[in-house]
Design a protein around this ligand. Sequence first.
Ligand code: HAM
Length: 437
Amino acid sequence: MKKTFRNITGTFDILPEKYRADGTEIASSAAWQAVEAVIREVMARFHAQEIRTPILEPTELIARGVGLLTDIVSKEMFAFERGDTHYVLRPELTAPVMRAYLQHHLDQRGGVQKLYYIGPCFRAERPQKGRYRQFHQFGGEVIGSEDPRADAEVIAMMTAVYRAFGLTEMTLRLNTLGDEGSRPRYREALQAYFRPYAADLSETSRRRLETNPLRILDTKDERERRLLAEAPRLIEYVDEESRAHYETLKGLLGDLGIPFLEDPFLVRGLDYYTRTAFELESPHLGAQSALGGGGRYDLLARELGSKKPVPAVGFAAGIERLFMALAAQGVTMPEAAPPPDVFLVALGDEAARWAFAEAQRLRDEGLRTALDLRGRSMKAQMREANRQGAPFTLIVGKDELERRQAVVKEMASGEQSEVPFEDLIRILRDKIAAGAS
Ligand code: HAM
């Protein structure tokens, strides 16, 4: 027997109908389209414009952009080489978007650039509920403003998407990471604080103590969390200007009526942030509670070789997790694509040939048209029309062909009428419009 194949663990197929895989419901392609349409619509309200960047990027872009010591770069990259080129499947889009911004001199378009994206990302994490190896993000990046209004706008963009779906049960956590100097100073203070307790730390945290002590702040370990209560706070190491920026941002969020919770331990897992950092959490997601997150990354452009500093702030959010939140709060999306407007039923070879050509004419006129592709009996064709949920069938046999008329049957009432071929499109259109109203 030939070997059969399955998708790679941590990835999933999106099918016309929803289904369950590994205990999770995978929504239908129609539901994905509907969700993406809402995201696009909300982004348009902010006059953000779409950017599409390649799924393959130079490995060094991600390594430098996201940071060598981050989990993403040190453990989770799908990277490979061909010849002299090192490729990575993008784990996120902020570094790629900044690369594109610099490469194409998007600053020359004038003003602040507001860009959004929707697309797949790849991280070699251990798959579990809400955590995949190929997942989908939507996000927005506001590039070219250091004003806290840009930070507030980004948070407004993100939260507006969830509001558009009617989702309300979520918490926005907010923090400031200070400027370039704040984090190194804080790192040292954390190391000094934790070193005497090194023996009590988990193996991961002990390793992080030397490489990336800020990551200890994310710990879920109860004992470590108790230690954290007394640990130095980042805010004590934050410079005056960043503090003022943070205060203004909080005021702006207040003006917008966006509730938030200050979290002095929120640092996020990517290295490019300065000043603002935020995360949106849902109580419905279990261990992977982050719906989305982001922050300000004023130093990224310089890290990617720009001579000029380019202030920027953005967010990204997982679409799979958005679906989980929708399901948890009972928000329904369309389950399936709309049915055909009309199904052509043909009796006999000649009528079948006519129907096959007529279908093209109807489709060119914009009607969703379906027909039998297996030469089945008229009864089977009618059954298929019913199964597909077509509101109208157009029935043609030898007689009808000779008289150049078709029978138009309204499936719900069973009502039938004969329509001359030349009037078909007009009459069908009228009937479909009447049915839709
Ligand atoms: P991030 O926090 O790494 O940030 O990812 C953003 C969101 O993507 C997460 O909150 C989560 O919803 C989703 N996500 C991440 N990893 C997975 C996974 N393995 N499976 C399912 N969903 C996942 C960023 O990526 C930054 N680029 C955000 C940003 C934009 N910062 C500034 N601009």
